[in-house]
Design a protein around this ligand. Structure first.
Ligand SMILES: [Zn+2]
Length: 279
C-alpha cells in the first residue's frame, strides 16, 4: 500500500486531472503523482534535458528579456528576506536556474551560491561568476538563508529535502519557499490546462495547509504561508518594456506565443509563498 511521503498516512484518495492519476492525502492535504519517478532518473533528466528555454539563436535575447522582466519580482523577494535576515549573510538558492535571484541578492551584500543540476543553466551561472554546486554538502559555506523558488515541487521527497536543508542551515537560519498554489481558483478552474500543472516536472502539489504542515514537520516555524500573485502590474509593465527594448535593439522578433505566454502566466499563475525559521 502506498503511503504519503510527507506524513506517512495510508489514507490517500485517487483522482485524475486530465489523464494524469494523482493521490491526495486526507491527513496533510498534499497531492502527489500516483507514480513518482526514481530520483536517479530524475537527476539525469534535469542534468541533460530540462531547459526552461529552447536552444535557438535567440536564446540570449529571450534569457535577457526574462531576467529584466523579473527584476521587480526579485527586488520584492529580497526585501521580504531582508526584513527577517539582513546582509551580511549567506544565501543558497536551491534550483537556482540561471542565478537571476542570486545575481540581484549579491548586489545587496549577500554572499551567494546556487544548487542546480542543469548543466545548461550552470554554463550561464559560471559566466556571471556565481558558484553553483550539485548539492549543499559540496559547498564549504553554511547558508543562513535557503531559498527555493518553484523547485520543491520537483523533488521526489519534499520532507527529506527540507530536513536536509534544516541540518545545513546555521542556527536560526531561515528558509523561503515559493511553489504553485494547487488550491487556487485558476488551478481548480483550468484543471490540467492550468499554467503550473506540469506533471512531467512537478511530482508534488501543495495547498496552504500542506505547506504549513510540511515546514513544521521538517523542524521549521513558519512566519507566514500566503497565497499570492507573484507578478504584479509592475512586473507586467517591466515585461512589456523588456520585450520592446530587446526586440528593437537586437533585431530579434518574438513569436505570438513568446509574446503572449508571460501574460497568460501573469493572469493565472498563483503561488504560495512561505518564510520559516529553523527551530
Ligand atoms: Zn500526508
Amino acid at each position: 500500500m502506498q503511503h504519503c511521503r510527507i506524513c506517512d498516512s495510508a489514507s490517500l484518495f485517487s483522482f485524475q486531472r486530465g489523464n494524469i492519476p494523482l493521490l491526495r492525502c486526507s491527513q496533510c492535504d498534499t497531492v502527489q503523482l500516483a507514480t513518482i519517478p526514481d530520483e536517479h532518473e530524475l537527476l539525469q533528466y534535469y542534468a541533460d534535458e530540462y531547459e526552461l528555454l529552447d536552444q535557438s539563436n535567440k536564446e540570449l535575447t529571450t534569457t535577457e528579456i526574462r531576467r529584466w522582466s523579473r527584476l521587480p519580482e526579485q527586488l520584492s523577494l529580497i526585501h521580504d528576506i531582508k526584513k527577517r535576515k539582513s546582509p551580511p549573510a549567506v544565501i543558497a538558492d536551491i534550483g537556482c536556474d540561471r542565478g537571476y535571484f542570486l545575481d540581484e541578492a549579491r548586489r545587496y551584500g549577500y554572499t551567494v551560491f546556487g544548487i542546480e543540476p542543469s548543466n545548461h543553466a550552470q554554463k550561464y551561472t559560471n559566466a556571471i561568476n556565481i558558484p553553483v554546486f550539485s548539492s549543499l554538502q559540496e559547498s564549504s559555506l553554511r547558508p543562513d538563508i535557503v531559498v527555493m523558488w518553484h523547485s520543491l515541487e520537483h523533488t521526489t521527497n519534499p520532507l527529506s529535502t527540507l530536513q536536509e536543508i534544516h541540518s545545513h542551515l546555521t542556527d536560526e537560519g531561515i528558509i523561503a519557499i515559493r511553489v504553485p498554489d494547487f488550491g487556487c481558483v485558476w488551478s481548480r478552474l483550468l484543471q490540467q490546462h492550468w499554467v503550473w500543472f506540469q506533471p512531467q516536472n512537478h511530482n508534488f502539489h501543495f495547498s496552504r495547509t500542506s505547506l504549513n504542515f510540511l515546514l513544521t514537520k521538517a523542524g521549521f516555524h513558519p512566519y507566514f504561508v500566503r497565497s499570492q500573485r507573484p507578478n504584479s502590474f509592475i512586473t507586467m509593465r517591466s515585461t512589456r518594456i523588456a520585450q520592446s527594448t530587446f526586440t528593437r535593439y537586437t533585431g530579434t522578433s518574438l513569436t505570438a506565443k513568446e509574446y503572449l505566454s508571460p501574460w497568460y502566466q501573469f493572469l493565472t499563475g498563483i503561488e504560495l509563498f512561505a518564510i520559516a525559521k529553523k527551530i
